[in-house]
Each structure stands twice: as structure tokens, then as C-alpha cells.
Write a protein that binds this ligand. Structure first.
Ligand code: SF4
Length: 456
């Protein structure tokens, strides 16, 4: 548990009663409150002895350390999570998805894998979903491995270097040190040899051990030596061990503030199975159960997309409905003859309706009303999508100035607002559309034909 303000106050000068205001706060307790919330640094109080500052900094550090790999706009960060269960608050840092490339693979395969990471991108509810990192595994040919490292580093993505040969691992790191790659594996066997190089030129590292218990002395030693950008791999051998080990690590870090395990997790489903379907399932478990990075041997669109959607769902803040802006969205080459549709601003609703309008090939105005991110049924049942609010909304956004025929199609699930809306919009025809967005591609062309024949 993080330090509370009352605990911090006791460690401040005169037991937190000096109240000299030199930190810029009226009392020591006010300063302690700000420290507890992370809003100020202990350095602001000039009267704290160095050892108390160090103690407070240790106590105030996030229970899971933030570790960053790579640099610039493609840098990837993991850690600093605060809860065991997503519904308690939220998960902040989506698991990184890495594709593994080995120097054993031929040039064509390597190029294809590089392309996959760059090209497989998906738009979903307004977010771009994609994999994040390359993991480069030493397969036996040192020269080829170093060339692979140089080649992939030029792509600009964060890199995990996977190399059991410690000397080669640091050689590869030195080639691309400016890209801040993560070095893996650091083990109890190679720790003594790795430490001088790590201290000379710090880098994020992946600690590998055969059990959680074996991790503890390694991370303790690393911390004593000033190395803390660490990710943990307890080397689970099965799905059951993976879920068990990752859960133990997360609980120890968050519930017990057990610092030796207060680091993000590295997960290698690619090393647990040769079966692609099993690998995808293990990767899903990793995303759900706290992995900071999940390394896959390969992926195709059909295996990557579900994993990215799962990740998006797990790392969406459950306290904040995904919403889009309230406004008129013009879909396709609209004209004054185009139909007008009305819906709510729940992002999933908006993107479903907008994409089905596109599929219908009928250009249309989609009027999206702010319902605080609620879907049609929820908004209607809570009074946020009623005729007497939708009518003024349509008038205010001026949709009447854009179209010749005053017709508005409302969602089938909100059929009950038809009467109210007609009262609010004299001269408009209010049409109850389909309940499901998926029916729009058939429905809209039919309506257009119907209106054309009516006007003849
Ligand atoms: S500077 Fe230090 S002693 Fe003075 S009020 Fe702030 S916390 Fe208290």
C-alpha cells in the first residue's frame, strides 16, 4: 500500500509540526497530502535528512515500476498499474504485442514479419489497433543476428533483444544503444557478468528465472546495484502456471508492496507451444493476466485482430463510456437529397451505424446526440434520448438547413420518441428505422427508392 499522508507527516521535521511554509505549503500536513498524491517531490522540504528523503521516495514509488523501451514517439512503456481487477479502477498501459524474429529465418520470412508489424493496423471505435514491438532472437549465427538487429532497428520500433549469449547480447545492445532496447535474459547464472556492463551503460532488462522465488534475489541484487528498469519472466510452463505466476507477482506488488516483484511482466507464449491456436490463447491469457509484453512467434490478421480487440477491451477505462463528439457527421458525398439519421454518441453505436451507412453506399447525414456515451436503449430508458431533447438538438445543429426533404430516421429501439419528436419538429417526418445497424445496408436503398417514387 502507498504511504498515507498521516504516515508521511510523522516523518517530516518536528514530527510534522514545524510548519515553516518553506516548501510552499501552509503546513507540513498539507505538504504530506501533496506528497501522498504524487503532486510534489520530497526535495521541496529543505529540512529533511537524506535518509528520510530516500525512505519517503521508496515508500512513495509506484508499486509496479514504469519501464520504457525504445525512444521517441514509438517508445513503449509498461508498469505503474494500480489495481488487481480492472473494475476496481482501470488498467492503464495496454500490453505490448511483439513479433519474434530469429536469425535462423530466411530473408523473405524476416521481411514478411517486419511488414506484418508495420502494416497490420485496424481502426476500431476510433482507435488504431496494432502490435508494438520486435523481439529479436539469437538462433546461432552471430553475424546474421547482429545484421538482423541493425536492420530491424532502422524501422524505429521498440526492440527486445533475446540472446542467451551474454557477450553477443551486449554487442547487439551496443549497436543500437540509442534505441533503448530491452535485454533478455538476465539470469542468476549470468548476473555477475552482466552487472558491470549494465552499470556502465544502463538498459531495461528482462529477468528470467525458473520460479518466482528465484526472481527475488536477482531483482534485490539489481536494485542494490542501482538497476531498476526490469521486467520479470518467471518462465511458466503451462497456461495454469502462467496465470498462477503472473497473479502472484501482481498481488505481491500491489497488495503487499513487495518491491522485489514490483515490476512489469514479460510473457513468451511463443516459447510454450508450437501450436498457433494455443499460442494465441496463451497470449490472450497474458493480456488479461497482467503481461506488460506478450511475445508471439508470428501472427496473421485473423490471429492478431482478436488479440488487439481483447487488449482494447481490457484496457478501456470502465468508468468512462467511449463517446464521440456531438455533431452532424457527413458520410459519403452528401447532398440536400441525402437522408438524415439520428443516433446517440456511444462510440460503438456511432461506429456501427456509420460503417453500415458506408456499406449501404447511400450518402447520409448522421446526427449524433450527446447521451453521455450511452447506447440508444440505455439513453432512451434514462431520459437522455427523448423527443423533447432530440428535437431541440436537431434544430440547434441546423440539419434543416442542409436538406431539402424534412425527414429524419430514428433508431428502431427508440421508436417511442417518434410522437414527441414530431411535436418538437413541426413539418418533419419522423421515420422509425431498423433496430439493428446491420439492417441499414438493405434499408437505406429501399427508402431512397420509395421516396423517389413518391416524388414522381
Ligand atoms: S518545508 Fe518542510 S518543515 Fe517546512 S512546512 Fe514544508 S514540510 Fe514542513
Amino acid at each position: 500500500m502507498a504511504l498515507k499522508a498521516s504516515d508521511i507527516q510523522k516523518k517530516l521535521p518536528d514530527g510534522g509540526k514545524k510548519n515553516c511554509k518553506e516548501c510552499g505549503f501552509p503546513t507540513c500536513f498539507a505538504f504530506a497530502m501533496k506528497l501522498a498524491s504524487g503532486a510534489v517531490s520530497v526535495q521541496k522540504c529543505p529540512y529533511l535528512p537524506a535518509e528520510v528523503k530516500a525512505e519517503l521516495e521508496e515508500g512513495l514509488a509506484p508499486p509496479i515500476r514504469l519501464v520504457t523501451i525504445g525512444t521517441g514517439e514509438n517508445a513503449f512503456s509498461m508498469g505503474e498499474e494500480e489495481v488487481i481487477y480492472r473494475h476496481e479502477k482501470t488498467f492503464y498501459r495496454p500490453s505490448g504485442i511483439a513479433i519474434l524474429i530469429s536469425d535462423k529465418e530466411d530473408d523473405g520470412t524476416i521481411s514478411a514479419k517486419i511488414d506484418k508489424l508495420k502494416k497490420f493496423q485496424f481502426d476500431r471505435v476510433g482507435q488504431k489497433l496494432r502490435a508494438n514491438l520486435f523481439a529479436l532472437k539469437f538462433g546461432g549465427n552471430a553475424d546474421k543476428y547482429l545484421n538482423l538487429v541493425k536492420r530491424v532497428a532502422a524501422e524505429g520500433y521498440p526492440i527486445v533483444l533475446v540472446c542467451e549469449d551474454l557477450e553477443l547480447l551486449f554487442k547487439a545492445r551496443d549497436l543500437i544503444a540509442d534505441k533503448n532496447p530491452l535485454l533478455y535474459p538476465i539470469t542468476k547464472e549470468n548476473l555477475d557478468a552482466a552487472l558491470p556492463k549494465l552499470k556502465a551503460k544502463p538498459a531495461p532488462i528482462g529477468v528470467k528465472a525458473s520460479t518466482i522465488e528465484e526472481i527475488v534475489p536477482i531483482t534485490q541484487r539489481l536494485k542494490e546495484e542501482g538497476i531498476q528498469d526490469i521486467a520479470l519472466d518467471p518462465s511458466p510452463k503451462s497456461l495454469m502456471e502462467m496465470v498462477r505466476d503472473y497473479t502472484i507477482i501482481r498481488r505481491a506488488a500491489l497488495k503487499k508492496t513487495f518491491r522485489p516483484l514490483g515490476y512489469p511482466i514479460l510473457s513468451f507464449p511463443c516459447m510454450l507451444t508450437d501450436n498457433k491456436m494455443e499460442e494465441a490463447l496463451l497470449a490472450s491469457a497474458g493480456v488479461i493476466k497482467y503481461a506488460g509484453i506478450v511475445v508471439l512467434s508470428d501472427f496473421e490478421k485473423e490471429s492478431l485482430y482478436p488479440l488487439l480487440v481483447l487488449r482494447q477491451n481490457i484496457f478501456t477505462d470502465p468508468r468512462v463510456p467511449l463517446a464521440v463528439e456531438q455533431k452532424i457527421y457527413e458520410i459519403g458525398a452528401v447532398s440536400p437529397e441525402s437522408p438524415v439519421l439520428l443516433t446517440t454518441n456511444f462510440a460503438l453505436t456511432y461506429f456501427a451505424v456509420a460503417s453500415e451507412i458506408e456499406n449501404s453506399k447511400v450518402p447520409a447525414y448522421l446526427c449524433v446526440k450527446d447521451t453521455e456515451g450511452l447506447c440508444v436503449l440505455a439513453a432512451w430508458s434514462t431520459g437522455k434520448f427523448s423527443g423533447d431533447t432530440a428535437g431541440p438538438f436537431l434544430k440547434k445543429i441546423g440539419i434543416g438547413d442542409k436538406v431539402k426533404n424534412k425527414r429524419v430516421i430514428i433508431p428502431g429501439f427508440a421508436a417511442r420518441i417518434k410522437g414527441e419528436l414530431e411535436e418538437e419538429l413541426p413539418g418533419w417526418e419522423v421515420i422509425v428505422g431498423p433496430r439493428e445497424a446491420s439492417d441499414l445496408p438493405a434499408y437505406l436503398p429501399q427508402m431512397i427508392e420509395k421516396w423517389k417514387s413518391q416524388s414522381k
